[in-house]
Design a protein around this ligand. Sequence first.
Ligand SMILES: [Zn+2]
Length: 71
Amino acid sequence: MMAPLGPGGYSRCVVLKPRLEKCSTEFARYIVAHEFAHAWLHNGGWGEITDCEEAADAVAASWGFAKVPYE
Ligand SMILES: [Zn+2]
């Protein structure tokens, strides 16, 4: 996930790696949801979850995209 563009701005850029073309659809959906969760959380925590990666996973799971291991 990239840092926000510009001070205090709301602009976000989600960069999807080319390998998404080669992985399973399930994994790709999880990654996209995880990255959107980072943007939604402004790269921060979620409730009691202070680790931004764990927070993004938790939000993605709450949206119905549980973590999928990379194959
Ligand atoms: Zn992440």
